[in-house]
Unconditional design. Structure first.
Length: 219
């Protein structure tokens, strides 16, 4: 479970005291499919980065699966992120000089998983996403939809229980975007908590709960 209490985020007090997030209180339960919507600059991505332990709040408390995140040592903080959270980005964030297989392998290398086990986990993830035939391809040789599937496989391969998707269809055509949302819904149906940041109200309406944010505050 994700619990945010009184979360404030100010990027640079020397430049502006205006918070990117202001007194955000939010609970997301295990297994939920949630969308976060709002205009550009509203704080959507900042909220996602804080939930994903990619950024720290200026003030407030973050409890992840019963653990007070900001009371953790740096090592435990990093382990919380690696063990629980996967990210999917709008522009895929794949390594251009690595094959699809090698891109998915990266988080497993960070976990020091042995080669035989890595191979099994990667093949299972690629088969699940329908991209096993793409394993030897470079990102430049794949379509946008295939690249996003590789990115999703990379996020899921370590067995994360929370998947954060920041505008996952933003760089895709409508048909491919619908397919990616279908995949995310299937992943959620298997028990993974999925949080989608989107500008698209049509995508948001397919989730179980819509969180609207404006000027850093929940509406």
């Amino acid at each position: 479970m994700i619990e945010l209490k009184g979360i404030v985020k100010i990027y640079d007090k020397n430049v502006s005291d205006k918070p990117a997030l202001n007194n955000v209180n939010l609970t997301i339960y295990d297994g939920e499919l949630v969308s976060v919507i709002g205009p550009s600059g509203s704080g959507k991505s900042t909220l996602l980065n804080i939930i994903g332990c990619m950024d720290r709040a200026t003030e407030g408390q973050y409890i992840l699966n019963g653990v007070d995140v900001y009371s953790c040592s740096r090592k435990k903080y990093d382990l919380l992120r690696k063990d629980n959270i996967g990210f999917v980005f709008q522009h895929f964030a794949l390594m251009d000089k690595f094959t699809a297989y090698e891109n998915i392998e990266l988080p497993l290398l960070a976990h020091n998983i042995k080669r035989t086990q890595r191979n099994r986990m990667i093949n299972d993830a690629m088969e699940r996403l329908g991209i096993l035939s793409e394993k030897g391809k470079m990102p430049s040789k794949m379509s946008g939809g295939q690249q996003q599937r590789v990115a999703i496989a990379r996020a899921l391969v370590t067995g994360c229980n929370i998947l954060l998707a920041d505008e996952p269809t933003g760089a895709l055509d409508q048909a491919t975007g619908r397919e990616v949302i279908r995949i995310l819904k299937e992943i959620n149906a298997s028990g993974t908590t999925v949080i989608i940041v989107t500008h698209d109200s049509g995508i948001a309406e397919q989730t179980n709960r819509i969180i609207e944010i404006c000027d850093g505050e929940l509406v």
